[in-house]
Design a protein around this ligand. Structure first.
Ligand SMILES: [Zn+2]
Length: 442
């Protein structure tokens, strides 16, 4: 019997599937549904109740698969999809100085836009609903994200030398200030202050970056302690390690996000934990550039909020957060010789709730619960490599990949449905990038 006056109208109903909420109590609803209204999650519950409670403008058939929060890429350089496979198998500084920096000198606004569009397409198709970016011409990355409907936190890269975007180094902060003002009320895009690293930014610049972050209520994010070479360089220059150098400058705080944090000692981790520093971990990039293994299990144990990122596509070389979780789970077991560290649930938490906190959206995304933004993905579990199912969390980390994602929703809008993009012309994006890539090959 239909209870006419009890029926509530919603914009979107996703059903039926196993709902992995990733909420605080790890609720899992075997035959569940998610209702969406005004870009937010209105309700999560059994699919049989959804039919009685809601009348939906639009429905998305989850086909009995897995309905879960979108993964959050806590650190990338989206437009570096342009340089995917351009130079591999090199030492970090050779890779940067001889290949990546020269290629980046040729970049322009159009290249950054289309590279970011390609990255957004790749992320949408592989279940990432939000990414945190650092690059040049970041206003174009913001525009690409807004155009195709993916959520993004963007930051113009700041350093002591002139930028192809804003010119003299001293203009970088005012460019960032304008970027923050420009996107302040946007539903999808927000801005962070993003100096490059301690070896490319003077103490004066870093202090000004934090002042701007404090004044505008944003985060300050930078590459930190990525390699032994960086640590040795900073010790030679300042007589102390990168983390202690930042501590001495008064920059370690809840506003600060350290990207990579590979070469750390126990005392540095304690300093970071006490200050409330957040960390973006990039397992595959660290492996590919052979910079080391970040002590993630120790940082988590100390209560540091850790998120997961892919870093740029030139050092990964894809933006698939499912395979990134798989690497993270296994590398830390191998490195610590302890198979119990980084269990499947912990890895999922890092790639969702952890990343959400790291990018400054901890209360808005990362879980399926009423009131959070409707950033939702659906995976097709009717696949040989996902059969049988004893434990969904296990499959999501150890067996699934981005290719198993069939639907992606961001802020209540369907961006990807049964393998089709609804907000971008993928053929155009690929054609533009192939054309632009001609200027970079050797
Ligand atoms: Zn990076």
């Amino acid at each position: 019997m239909k209870k006419e006056n009890a029926v509530e109208r919603v914009d979107l109903l996703i059903s039926p599937g196993t709902v992995i909420t990733l909420n605080d109590s790890w609720d899992l609803i075997p035959d569940g549904a998610v209702a969406v209204a005004d870009g937010k999650i209105r309700w999560v519950g059994p699919s049989r109740d959804a039919a009685e409670l809601f009348e939906a403008e639009e429905t998305l058939d989850a086909g009995g698969g897995v309905i879960m929060p979108g993964l959050i890429n806590a650190h990338t350089h989206a437009s570096m999809t342009l340089f995917r496979g351009l130079a591999d198998d090199l030492e970090l500084m050779t890779w940067l100085n001889d290949y990546i920096f020269p290629a980046e000198k040729k970049l322009n606004r159009e290249m950054v836009f289309w590279g970011a569009m390609l990255a957004a397409a790749e992320m949408i198709a592989s279940g990432t609903t939000c990414f945190c970016d650092m690059y040049i011409f970041e206003d174009r990355v913001a525009q690409a994200a807004a155009d195709c409907g993916i959520r993004a936190v963007v930051g113009e890269v700041l350093y002591d030398f002139p930028s192809p975007n804003y010119g003299e180094s001293s203009n970088g902060l005012s460019f960032t200030r304008e970027l923050i003002a420009q996107w302040r009320d946007h539903p999808l895009v927000s801005v962070a202050v993003e100096p490059h690293a301690v070896y490319t930014c003077s103490p004066e610049l870093l202090k000004k970056c934090m002042e701007l972050a404090e004044e505008t209520g944003t985060s300050m994010m930078m590459h930190l302690a990525e390699s032994r070479g960086e640590v040795d360089d900073i010790v030679a220059r300042y007589g102390t390690t990168p983390v202690r150098h930042l501590g001495a400058l008064g920059l370690l705080s809840e506003r600060f996000v350290g990207i990579h944090c590979v070469v750390l000692d126990r005392e540095e981790m304690r300093l970071m934990a006490e200050a409330g520093v957040r960390v973006a971990h990039n397992q595959e990039s660290n492996l590919k550039l052979a910079t080391g293994i970040s002590p993630v299990p120790e940082m988590l144990e100390l209560g540091i909020e850790v998120g997961l990122g892919t870093d740029g596509a030139a050092s990964n070389n894809d933006l698939d957060m499912f395979t990134e979780m798989d690497f993270m789970a296994k590398v830390h077991k191998g490195f610590t010789l302890d198979p119990t560290v980084m269990d499947a649930r912990s890895c999922l938490r890092v790639a969702t709730r952890g990343s959400a906190a790291v990018v400054g959206l901890g209360d808005r995304i990362g879980a399926l619960e009423e009131g959070r933004a409707a950033d939702i993905i659906v995976l097709d579990f009717d696949k040989p490599h996902l059969t049988p199912v004893y434990n969904h969390y296990s499959h999501l980390v150890y067996a699934a990949s981005g290719a198993d994602v069939c639907h992606t929703v961001v802020n209540g809008r369907i961006l990807y449905e049964n393998g089709r993009f609804t907000s971008l012309d993928i053929e155009e994006v690929k054609a533009r990038v192939r054309e632009l890539a001609r200027g970079f090959g050797r």
